[in-house]
Design a protein around this ligand. Structure first.
Ligand code: PLP
Length: 451
């Protein structure tokens, strides 16, 4: 019998974890996850937890969906894999591309499939660069991104990702110019939210003019920054940044890897919630609710018309682009989202989740609870008035996460922050229980810190 302890030890000795402090993993070992149902996960010891992070912002329809599992299994039996290169295709990939073209706003009618969000964003930039290369001068290359952005971990997308996550790495950063994060809570003292918004817009316009509009290809932005700390921009930010893209001929790439497929109560937050029409929408995670690795870069007719010209091929792809089993999972997942009205449901339960967590602001340790619907963050501080942080050694986010885990809830620690992105099917009683556990965990952490 393969035991939890054996997995724990093998992991410590051999596994390189994503997004982790490898030294800490080696030292402390990891919780071995072994099962899941509905909105819960369980470890190899049989402990059951609310999944407060939805796998990692992705298990939107929850666990144990036999329909998705059966669709994958059936596809694996019929055609487990075949490449879609050259003149080949397969039924689930074609059907999912058509479905996404139908759901995506306006002229976004063409879909490139990959296996994750980094690949989706990397592919978007490759298409934009190819577009400008093909239409001839000016060959615009620079991409505007933002501090605190998270766009992935490939060589290119870690460059699109804000310097906060680069830890001194400086690969393709010459392609990227970083603007300020639209982080209202941390805006300079004495500046109003409107004044801060004006500053952000002015900064973006000045950057375009300084770099030269003929050199700037695109602006990439998450509708709400996720891993950067669930940063909700000031009202009007999306529209005004989009306007600048129109004015200077930049493509607008919306990184909806986290926000699409219901997390904010809509299929696509950029268009449906924030009212802008991107030229490219990048998705992953919730597109298959994590049942299979899958991403989709959805591009406009204008871009497709150029990259599909007969002269000068757009030579880009991955072995597992259009993977039939992954696309079958995506199709079934979207069918469930639509059939169960999950977006509508999130528009009702999301604000309840928000209000429940917002109450945590009554605690001394909690500076701000922010976010929207099922994308939330708790910012912990040493002093609420000055917003000063605790020393990094206090490990406040990690302590709170550990105290939540002891009480049956997984939340994500990120420095001094705790992030929550649960499955979208939580009911009101479960939301209340999660709020209660988090409250108790923060109180326990305050006790730990004063001891
Ligand atoms: N974009 C955003 C907004 C993300 O949150 C992530 C991952 O968390 C990515 C891109 C990268 O996705 P992946 O880890 O699937 O490559």
């Amino acid at each position: 019998q393969y035991s939890g302890h054996e997995a724990w030890e093998q992991d410590r000795q051999h596994l390189i974890h994503p997004f982790s402090s490898l030294a800490v993993n080696k030292e402390e070992g990891c919780t071995v996850m072994a099962g899941a149902d509905g909105v819960h996960v369980s470890d190899a010891e049989g402990n059951r937890f609310y999944d407060g992070i939805g796998g990692l912002w992705c298990v939107n329809v929850g666990y144990g969906r036999t329909e998705i599992i059966d669709a994958i299994a059936q596809q694996l039996r019929e055609l487990p894999f075949y490449s879609a290169f050259n003149n080949l295709t397969n039924k689930p990939a074609s059907a999912l591309a058509a479905k996404l073209a139908q759901l995506a706003p306006g002229p976004l009618n063409h879909v490139f499939f990959g296996t994750g969000g980094s690949i989706a964003n990397d592919s978007a930039v490759r298409m934009v660069h190819h577009y400008f290369n093909r239409i001839g001068k000016p060959y615009r290359k620079k991409i505007l991104s933002r501090q605190n952005a998270y766009h992935g971990s490939t060589h290119l997308t870690i460059a699109l990702t804000g310097p906060v996550y680069q830890h001194g790495w400086d690969g393709a950063t010459d392609l990227v110019h970083y603007l300020s994060a639209p982080h209202s809570y941390r805006r300079p003292e004495g500046v109003s939210e409107e004044g801060f918004l004006d500053f952000l817009i002015q900064e973006m316009e000045e950057a375009i003019l300084k770099l030269g509009p003929d050199n700037v290809a695109a602006f990439i932005a998450e509708p709400i920054m996720g891993a950067g700390g669930v940063i909700v921009p000031p009202e009007g930010y999306h529209k005004r940044t989009w306007d600048l893209c129109q004015k200077y001929g930049l493509f607008y790439i919306s990184d909806e890897v986290v926000t699409a497929f219901g997390r904010l109560g809509h299929m696509f937050a950029s268009y449906d919630k924030f009212g802008i029409q991107p030229d490219i929408i990048c998705t992953a995670k919730g597109i298959s609710s994590g049942y299979q690795p899958l991403s989709a870069t959805i591009v406009s007719d204008e871009i497709f018309d150029v990259i599909s010209r007969p002269d000068g091929a757009f030579y880009h792809g991955f072995t597992y682009s259009c993977h039939p089993a992954a696309c079958a999972a995506g199709l079934k997942n979207i069918e469930i989202l639509e059939r169960e009205g999950i977006c509508e449901r999130v528009r009702k339960t999301g604000p309840i989740f928000q209000r429940t967590l917002k109450k945590l602001e009554e605690l001394d340790l909690v500076g701000e609870v922010r976010g929207s619907h099922f994308m939330m963050c708790i910012e912990n501080v040493a002093n609420k008035a000055t917003k000063q942080l605790l020393p990094a050694e206090a490990n406040v986010g990690k302590r709170i996460a550990q105290n939540c885990q002891k009480r049956g809830l997984i939340v994500r620690p990120l420095g001094h922050l705790n992030i929550m992105s649960p499955p979208l099917i939580l009911n009101e009683a479960q939301i209340e229980e999660i709020g209660d556990i988090t409250h108790k965990a923060i109180v326990a952490t305050m006790d730990d810190l004063t001891r």
